[in-house]
Design a protein around this ligand. Structure first.
Ligand SMILES: [Ca+2]
Length: 171
């Protein structure tokens, strides 16, 4: 089950400012829900809310584009996650980057600290599929993480469309 979610990089043209994973992830949802066109760049969101972002800041940022979002602090990252995807809702997740176990693909290595990325589906083997903005080009689109890997990396914030809230609050 995979949602067809646009990929937004935080390293490309139009994403020139630092620590813009939250802005790139929010723009991913704005594009998914058609609140903006592809002409809107990550930098436009960063000029509104600059640098490292908290969950409430992402909710506030999305509200400026008429996207009603909410967040929770679920202990288990995959609680209700598949149900949210099946209902058409990608979910932004806070992780500790190094714990994702990705190969080194950045000049600065993978010790990037806290990081937002977008969960978009689950593959046939039960692995979670994510769009990670911290890759150049579209290399971060559709990456897979085992459930154990996501659980290890997750840092207790999920941000999503308000309509997904009952699903994520369920089993
Ligand atoms: Ca950037």
């Amino acid at each position: 089950m995979r949602l067809n979610v646009p990929y937004v990089s935080q390293l490309g043209d139009g994403a020139t400012l630092p620590d813009d994973c939250g802005q790139a992830s929010t723009l991913t949802l704005l594009l998914h829900y058609r609140r903006v066109t592809a002409r809107v760049a990550v930098d436009m969101l960063s000029r509104d809310t600059y640098g490292k972002t908290t969950a409430p800041q992402l909710v506030s940022l999305a509200s400026r584009y008429d996207l009603p979002m909410a967040y929770d602090t679920a202990q288990n990252p995959d609680r209700g996650l598949l149900a949210a995807f099946e209902a058409g809702h990608p979910v932004i997740l806070l992780v500790n980057y190094a714990d994702l176990g990705f190969p080194v693909h950045l000049v600065g290595g993978v010790n990037q600290g806290l990081h937002w990325l977008v969960g978009t589906g689950q593959d046939e083997d039960g692995n979670w599929i994510v769009n990670d903005p911290l890759w150049v080009g579209s290399q971060g689109a559709g990456l897979t993480l085992s459930p154990a890997r996501l659980k290890a990396a997750y840092r207790r914030y999920r941000v999503f469309h308000q309509d997904a809230k009952p699903l994520l609050a369920g089993a």
